[in-house]
Each structure stands twice: as C-alpha cells, then as structure tokens.
Design a protein around this ligand. Structure first.
Ligand code: SAH
Length: 261
C-alpha cells in the first residue's frame, strides 16, 4: 500500500495537570493540550482548562468510568491526537496505569507520552515548609481498589519506620472512618507531639491549611475530606514557627549531624 493512503497515525498523551491553577502546569502539558484534537477527562479537571479547549473535541467523563474512558482514548488515538488528563500526576492514583494496561491488552501500536504533573504530596508539602525532606512514604486510604486490611498492613509498615507519611484520599462519604483508623495505627508508633498537616485544596483558590499534632488531630478531624492531603510527620519532623500565626513542618535532612549552622 503506498504510504499516502495509510490511515494517519495518532498519538496519546497522558497528561498530569498539577493541583489546579494554570501556573502550576508544566509547559509540556500545555503543549500537549494545545496539540490535541480530543481532550478527555473528568469535568472537574476540564472546566478550569476551558480557555485552552476552544475548537477541540472535549469528552467529559464521570468518576468510576475510568476503563471506558481509557478504551475510548485509545480508540480515538489510532488516528487523532488525544490528550487524556488527570489531576496532579497521572501516574499517582491517576489514569496512566489503566490506559497503559488497556493498551497493552489491545496490542495496538500508537505513540504514547506520559507527561508528569505536580502531585498532591508536593503541592501540600510546599505550603507548610519542608516536611518531606528525605525518605517518605505515600499511602492512599481509599479501599475502592485496595482491600482495607492491606491498607492497614501498609500503614503499620510505614509508620513503624518513623519516616513522614503522606495520606491521599483520607476521607470521603463512602469511607468516613478510614482517617481515624489510620491515626490509630500512627499512634502505635509515634508520640502525641508528632506534627500533622491537613492541607485542603493545595495551590487552589480555596486552599486551607491546618498544622496540628497526632495528640490533637481528633479535634480537627472534620477538616479532613476528599479534597485534603494529610502529612503525618516522622520521628525527626518538628513544627516550624514561621511567625506567631503561621506554622509549618520541617523534617531536617541531617545536615546538623555534620555541620554547624
Ligand atoms: N493524581 C492525583 C491524586 C488523585 S487521588 C495527584 O497526583 O495529586 C485524589 C486525592 O489526591 C484526594 O483525595 C486528595 O487526597 C489528593 N489531592 C489531589 N489534589 C489535591 C489538592 N490540590 N490539595 C489537596 N489534596 C489533593
């Protein structure tokens, strides 16, 4: 078959949008969206992108339909430029893995690019100083795809090491008790003075930040919801008083063991 009659080859970008505001998106993500014929994603992620979507085919999908969305994206990407978008980083509790799995299963040859975005752990950490300066762990408290008993085993494993732990999906209407349960696991290994940050809508207009301790976290539990990332400090983390009203968390990297400053 002569080359010019061959169907045009499409491509698929799996794009991390960062926490929300445009200025926190990468230039590469903006470029992929600009080049796309189709932009697919959850309505809550697409609405803020509206000015970038003029003239494009926009497919708004709803939560819980990730497999259909992945299949549709792959199908369109056989002959068009497609951007499938996820909040934060698409590879962190996002769409990247399901798209790649469906593609692997379908055995189709299309050009793929995964474009990284600022994930909630980094966005939340940046608002309170430097809580994740060395080793840290990330756990999602959502038991939709992972059984609760496995989440509990992982919580024990990470809290027992004394490194900071970032909790994604800490609470939702469907699982209102997982956050309190996670705090019970934390208390087995960490003392009451351990700093905790509750960061809601990090780097978005409605951002809220609370810095508290493991001993007092129950009193602010209502501030935790599905738009929140919780950072539980480690054995070396401490509350950082920037000013009388502004508190953050520092986890020293260990310079103080070697240098005087
Ligand atoms: N792919 C996303 C995570 C999706 S899971 C990322 O990389 O950030 C959804 C969870 O992410 C939420 O329940 C919340 O815990 C966290 N999250 C996402 N954006 C956030 C933000 N701007 N502020 C605080 N938490 C956020």
């Amino acid at each position: 078959m002569p080359l010019h009659t061959k169907a045009p080859k499409g491509n698929l970008s799996i794009v991390g949008l960062g926490p929300g505001r445009r200025e926190y998106m990468t230039a590469r993500a903006l470029k992929a969206i600009a080049a796309a014929d189709y932009v697919i994603g959850n309505a809550s992620y697409l609405d803020p992108l509206e000015p970038l979507l003029t003239g494009k085919n926009v497919i708004r999908s709803s939560m819980g339909k990730e497999i259909e969305r992945a299949k549709q994206a792959i199908d369109l990407a056989r002959s068009s430029a497609v951007a499938i978008v996820s909040g934060g980083d698409a590879g962190v509790y996002g769409m990247a893995s399901i798209v790649l799995e469906v593609l692997e299963h379908a055995g189709i040859d299309i050009d793929i690019e995964v474009i990284p975005g600022i994930t909630a752990a980094n966005a939340a950490a940046s608002r309170i100083g430097s809580p994740l300066s060395g080793d840290f762990a990330v756990i999602s408290l959502s038991d939709l795809l992972t059984p609760l008993e496995i989440i509990e085993q992982r919580l024990d494993a990470v809290f027992s090491t004394g490194i900071p732990v970032v909790l994604y999906n800490p609470k939702s209407q469907g699982r209102p008790h997982n956050f309190a349960l996670a705090m019970e696991h934390a208390r087995k290994y960490l003392d009451g003075g351990t700093p905790i940050a509750i960061v809601r809508n990090a780097l978005r207009d409605s951002e809220e930040v609370i810095v508290t301790t493991l001993g007092e976290v129950e009193t602010v539990e209502d501030a935790v919801d599905m738009h929140t990332t919780v950072i539980v400090g480690g054995k070396e983390s401490r509350i950082w008083r920037m000013s009388e009203n502004v508190r953050g968390i520092i986890t020293p990297r260990g310079y103080h063991y070697k240098y005087v400053y």
